[in-house]
Design a protein around this ligand. Structure first.
Ligand SMILES: Cc1cc2nc3c(=O)[nH]c(=O)nc-3n(C[C@H](O)[C@H](O)[C@H](O)COP(=O)(O)OP(=O)(O)OC[C@H]3O[C@@H](n4cnc5c(N)ncnc54)[C@H](O)[C@@H]3O)c2cc1C
Length: 445
């Protein structure tokens, strides 16, 4: 054990990001305490209900050049893949403007895609290795992924995105006509074009995956505090304890992995990240679900359709509204409609399908780039804000966190992920943590 290892690290939030970080920290010889109020792998986390895609093509941001022109439509249109709730628009406007600005030019999205591409390097392979290490190899499958288009013209309309993916090393084969129909049994003939990503994979049950990693960590000696973190106790600008609803957890370092709820802890560290929830939904057809060897994503409907261990999952929708707003289950109905549009043979009576449904929050910084790296408070490391690609990016993020905690050279360039990008002029301000002895409280979240 080197001097840098063997410390006591508190991990705040036990979704896929938290448990992956905990696993990497335990392997480095640290003592780990996980602070998570919910069940590991439970529906409170985005990590439970995602589309289960492990896609190397997730390096392209949602905000691409020209998106701004579609915003008026998103405000009017109630049935599209992206919707903005009118009542929340005034509060969301600053975030939305930054979000659109991040995709304003080709140069900006090229930079973002390169940074995210590094974070997704060999992601499916890294997940396979992680699943094997925690004794659950069957939870990760590497049978590729198919992005679907109605025709070649629709694919060519997304030329910029595919160029950015190729530049990041994504290998893709084009499938047309019979070749596509043979790979995707039951697919509607309206989809005549597909892109097969050989290096893609999927998780067969995302919630169970989080639980399996957590179980392994607990078996390795990780402690679990079943409470919400509400702030930090610092001394000389360095974290000494995480404050929770049930008392302080003393520590030498802390990792913030609380997904969309990280903002309050970030403020407690004296930092600021413009982050909102891109709310999403899933439905799962639990009875009579057909096999789907390779998961598919129809690009016009913007849904991920994946066979999980519990059913046929359809995940998608971006709804901009605050996290405390009740789910709008009409959005889940749109997912059901999307499923039948792709696989029309599934049911003669769509209302007879037995489905479960879920709503969750993608943690989305305005610039579409996650926040990974040191906080203003010494000893605190951020790892949140992975938006649409938090599952696939978890192992590399965990490796970066472990490298930073150990003081090793990081596996990839961490600069694009630094919280410093949100500081005015990159300058550091005095934070509560710089008092000799201080407590900082997380408000809201
Ligand atoms: C509909 C949908 C589809 C998606 N599809 C995909 C996909 O196919 N592939 C992909 O890679 N990604 C996908 N994503 C994104 C992915 O699910 C998320 O980016 C990822 O799960 C975020 O993980 P996380 O651990 O950061 O946050 P979460 O999974 O949300 O976990 C955060 C945890 O922190 C805990 N917490 C919150 N506040 C506190 C506190 N104060 N103290 C302690 N603990 C706290 C919560 O209880 C929770 O368990 C999808 C997301 C959605 C919503």
């Amino acid at each position: 054990m080197t001097e840098a290892t063997g410390r006591h690290i508190a991990v705040i939030g036990g979704g896929i990001m938290g448990v992956s970080a905990a696993e990497a920290l335990l392997r480095d010889g640290h003592k780990v305490t996980m602070i998570e109020p919910g069940t590991f792998g439970g529906p409170q986390a985005a990590s439970f209900g995602n589309g289960a895609f492990l896609s190397p093509a997730s390096n392209t941001p949602v905000s691409m050049p020209g998106l701004w022109a579609k915003v008026p439509g998103y405000l009017r249109e109630r049935e599209g893949p992206l919707t903005i709730r009118w009542a929340h628009l005034p509060r969301l406007a600053p975030w939305l403007l930054r979000f659109l600005a991040a995709g304003w030019t080709e140069a900006r999205v090229t930079r973002t895609a390169a940074a995210l591409g590094a974070l997704l390097d060999d992601a499916a392979g890294r997940h396979s290795a992680l699943a094997a290490r925690v004794g659950a190899p069957d939870l990760i499958r590497r049978e590729g992924l198919i992005y679907l288009y109605r025709d070649r013209a629709a694919y060519e309309a997304e030329a910029l995105a595919w160029r950015l993916r190729r530049d990041a090393g994504v290998r893709a084969d084009l499938l047309e006509g019979e070749a596509l129909a043979a790979r995707v049994p039951g697919l509607s003939p309206d989809y005549r074009f597909g892109v097969l990503l050989h290096d893609g994979g999927h998780c067969t049950e995302p919630g169970a995956y989080v639980a399996a990693i957590a179980d392994w960590c607990l078996a390795q000696g990780m402690s679990h505090v079943g409470a919400r973190a509400i702030g930090l106790r610092t001394e000389g600008g360095h974290v000494r304890a995480v404050r929770t609803e049930t008392g302080d957890v003393p520590c030498d370092g802390a990792v913030v992995t609380a997904g969309v709820h990280s903002s309050a802890l970030v403020r407690a560290c004296g930092d600021r990240v413009p982050m909102e929830a891109e709310r999403g939904y899933h439905i799962e057809l639990t009875e009579g679900a057909p096999d789907l060897p390779t998961p598919v994503m129809p690009q016009d409907l913007k849904v991920a359709i994946t066979r999980t261990r519990t059913g046929l999952r359809v995940a998608g929708q971006v709804e901009l509204a605050s996290t405390s707003t009740a789910p709008d289950w009409r959005r889940a109905d749109l997912l059901r409609r999307a499923l039948l549009e792709c696989f029309p043979g599934l049911a003669s009576d769509p209302d007879a399908l037995t489905v479960t449904r879920w709503q969750g929050n993608r943690p989305s910084p305005a610039d579409g780039v996650p926040v990974i790296g040191p906080a203003r408070v010494g000893g605190v490391t951020y790892a949140f804000g992975h938006g649409h690609f938090g599952l696939v990016a978890a192992p590399m993020t965990a490796a970066l966190v472990a490298d930073m905690v150990a003081g090793r050279a990081p596996a990839i360039d961490p600069a694009p992920f630094s919280v410093a990008r949100f500081r005015r002029g990159g300058r550091t301000r005095r934070s509560p943590a710089h008092h000799t002895r201080a407590t900082a409280t997380a408000h809201g979240g």
